[in-house]
Design a protein around this ligand. Structure first.
Ligand SMILES: NC(=O)c1ccc[n+]([C@@H]2O[C@H](COP(=O)([O-])OP(=O)(O)OC[C@H]3O[C@@H](n4cnc5c(N)ncnc54)[C@H](OP(=O)(O)O)[C@@H]3O)[C@@H](O)[C@H]2O)c1
Length: 265
């Protein structure tokens, strides 16, 4: 049987000593993930960007290449709910990039539900994208980093994970689950030289926010990406973006249940 030639990496070859940090962002076709891809590329990273929308990923990579005059971002179309595809795609990323230094899970959906509505399909869609996909990807990256004794894992969670609320219990559950998983990874991997960052944005002006009722203090995706990058650089464990959500959520977490269940947010 004729041997098939291994595909060369789409990233330009670099001398090992001058190698740029290599990042993967899952959920990078729009919003916070796209802004973070631009930021990491500007900070000298090579970035693999993943999401379902091929055209948007291609446009993002073309923009980043044009900005820097060299290929710093490459697109890998992928649907995170296709869990079976993850092992092979992960291996391909490791091969194309020559290793991974930073892994960011940003994919997420919020599907609006009525306050009296219980829709199992909507709930499953949120759980599969925000939590099952996150565990499948982050678990692989965690194993790689544990073996290497280095690496940075970043999970984009939400202030919505801090309490179960009347508006969207399944979204709250998906983000609370992600918080617990990231904390568990941190407790396992800090001793192995791996940094794990949990990011909790407040309201960010992205497609996901469209249709959300009663938003305030909305920030741009670029501002969110700036907060995330600074927390990555400072090797923080948990960051609220912007910072004041830490205190707002502290107050919200302290509201006793007998009052909280009478509130409508
Ligand atoms: N905006 C906010 O106010 C806010 C607040 C707190 C937390 N967050 C979190 O921030 C993260 C990014 O959201 P965003 O606000 O930037 O919204 P966004 O612009 O809608 O971005 C969501 C990203 O997730 C990707 N995605 C969704 N489903 C996917 C799937 N099945 N497979 C692969 N990728 C998928 C989307 O790409 P494709 O559609 O191309 O697949 C897109 O790149 C989410 O985890 C969200 O929960 C957002």
């Amino acid at each position: 049987m004729p041997k098939t030639k291994a595909k060369p990496s789409p990233f330009p070859a670099e001398p090992a000593l001058l190698r740029a940090p290599r990042a993967v962002i899952v959920g990078a076709s729009s919003g916070i993930g796209a802004a973070l891809a631009r930021r990491l590329a500007a900070e000298g990273h090579r970035v693999a960007v993943l999401a379902r929308d091929k055209a948007r990923l291609a446009a993002l990579c073309a923009e980043i290449t044009a900005t820097h005059g060299e290929v710093r971002a490459v697109a890998y179309p992928h649907d995170v709910t296709d869990l079976k595809a993850i092992p092979a795609l992960f291996q391909r990323l490791v091969k194309d990039l020559g290793g991974i230094d930073v892994f960011v899970y940003c994919a997420g959906v919020t599907i609006p539900v009525g306050i009296d509505e219980f829709d199992g399909d909507k709930d499953q869609q949120m759980l599969q994208t925000n939590l099952a996909g996150a565990l499948a990807w982050l678990g692989r990256a965690a194993a790689l980093f544990q073996g290497a004794g280095a690496g940075q894992l970043v999970g984009i969670s939400s202030v919505a994970g801090d309490r179960g609320r009347v508006l969207n219990p399944a979204y709250n559950a998906s983000k609370a689950g992600l918080d617990a998983y990231l904390e568990g990874l941190r407790n396992r991997l800090t001793r192995r030289g791996v940094h794990v960052l949990t990011v909790k944005p407040g309201f960010v002006d992205t497609e996901q926010l469209k249709g959300s009722p009663r938003v305030f203090a909305v920030i741009s995706p670029e501002k969110a990406a700036d907060g995330i990058w600074k927390a990555m650089r400072a090797r923080k464990q948990l960051v609220y973006v912007p910072w004041f959500w830490r205190y707002l959520m502290l107050v919200i977490r302290l509201i006793p249940s007998f009052i909280f269940r009478r509130l409508s947010f």
